[in-house]
Design a protein around this ligand. Structure first.
Ligand code: SAH
Length: 395
């Protein structure tokens, strides 16, 4: 967007007191906080936000929804290009600190994690020479070409492919597209394991990068162990368990496509010998099986997408974990996860307590797990926390 058009952008004035969260670094303006709007912004337009004393607070993308502005800058005079380039460079510097850049063993990571990287509404995942842009706001949908330019500016010569992949809830209105190249898949390296990532047809942007460190942990405890990987998707946990020396691994996923992918990835790492994959509903599988395992991994999809669904989701997690615990051998381990943002750490733990009581086992908490650090949470925007995990020692 040109600077000239940004000069005439809408001014949004907040009600008295509503500036406090913004001054603390929160990046959302809720529609209920708006006192007055001078102008008629369209979805995705840049707007300027002011407090009730007419002090400039920040500029961001507008859309008509309960979060009506996603703040992107506290400098009124910067344009989209300057903002994107600065934030992408900053995000890259952070990933360098994490050791994720120029790493000979891992070449897939999340470069932009929305609010955690100061860019609400935007996800960018890097898979070797491919960048996947996932817009989560109208403003970011309109900015994909500028995002592409910023990517090329901060990581020159890196990309053969730049692909825009819209989230499931925008699939009807929006079309995924290549902004550069046309190859829809990549073999990536993660801690020296190889995975085939198809970002055109895969879930999310193609791979669950957020579980990288937790998969690695599983590898460290798998030697000689029998492992059940429930909700296996592309077989990430299975590959690490096999690489760590598991005696055998069973992968279970309801999706046939996921099972094909898991088998493919296990083969890509030459671990087929000790792996079997089942295309089945996990609860059915658990209830029908007589087998007990040394290690059980439960990584279900988000059971609750919003507050309304939370109660039911908690019941679902409890049922699943109670069944999962029954399949852990005495002295074995349960690694259990929830990626529902609305189920916080405390509620998740309490749900596992309820499941433990139902399963009637003595259980110790070995470790608490979370999302990998390339999915950072802005300290002033706690809503960014979503993945929680517990490693449990089950007597
Ligand atoms: N652990 C994976 C990510 C899991 S995503 C990783 O590290 O990559 C959740 C997976 O659960 C999806 O692949 C989805 O197909 C599967 N799934 C959803 N509902 C299911 C059910 N009832 N039974 C089995 N699998 C299910």
């Amino acid at each position: 967007m040109e600077l000239t058009s940004e000069l005439v952008r809408t001014k949004i004035i907040l009600r008295k007191g509503k500036e406090a969260p913004v001054l603390r670094g929160h990046l959302w303006i809720f529609s209920g906080a708006v006192y007055k709007m001078i102008g008629k912004p369209k979805a995705g337009d840049w707007v300027d936000v002011y407090d009730w004393k007419d002090q400039f607070l920040g500029a961001g993308h507008y859309q008509k929804s309960s979060i009506c502005v996603r703040l992107l800058s506290n400098n009124q005079s910067l344009n989209t290009k300057e903002i994107l380039e600065a934030k992408l460079a900053n995000a890259l510097a952070y990933r360098k600190e994490l050791g994720l850049i120029d790493n000979s063993k891992t070449n897939a990571f999340r470069l932009i994690h929305g609010e955690g990287d100061g860019l609400p509404g935007l996800i960018i995942d890097i898979y070797a020479n491919a960048a996947i842009i996932q817009p989560h706001s109208f403003g970011m949908e309109l900015a994909v070409e500028e995002i592409k330019s910023a990517l090329i500016a901060v990581m020159p010569h890196q990309f053969e492919t730049i692909y825009v992949k819209h989230p499931v809830n925008r699939k009807k209105e929006m079309t995924d597209q290549f902004l550069l190249g046309k190859e829809g898949q990549q073999v990536i390296l993660e801690n020296d394991y190889r995975f085939n990532v198809n970002f055109e047809t895969g879930q999310k942007t193609g791979f669950f990068l957020d579980q990288r460190e937790n998969r690695n942990y599983l590898g460290t405890i798998s030697k000689g162990k029998s492992v059940l990987n429930a909700f296996s998707y592309s077989g990430g946990f299975s590959v690490y368990a096999l690489g760590g020396g598991a005696s055998f691994v069973h992968s279970v996923d309801v999706s046939e496509k996921a099972i094909v992918l898991a088998n493919e990835n296990v083969a890509l790492n030459n671990f087929e010998k000790n792996h079997t994959a089942y295309s089945e509903d996990v609860l059915k599988f658990l209830r029908a099986s007589n087998e007990a395992y040394d290690v059980v991994v439960l990584d279900p999809p988000a059971y609750a997408k919003n507050m309304k669904a939370r109660h039911q989701a908690v019941q679902g997690y409890k049922r699943l974990n109670a069944e999962g615990l029954k399949k852990v051998k005495s002295g074995g381990t349960l690694m259990t996860f929830s990626c529902s943002q609305v189920v916080d750490e405390v509620l998740f733990k309490n749900t596992i307590v309820a499941a433990g009581l139902e399963a009637k086992r003595n259980i110790r908490i070995v470790r608490k797990l979370g999302q990998a650090p390339d999915h950072p949470v802005n300290l002033f925007h706690p809503e960014g926390t979503y993945l929680k995990g517990l490693v449990l020692y089950v007597e």
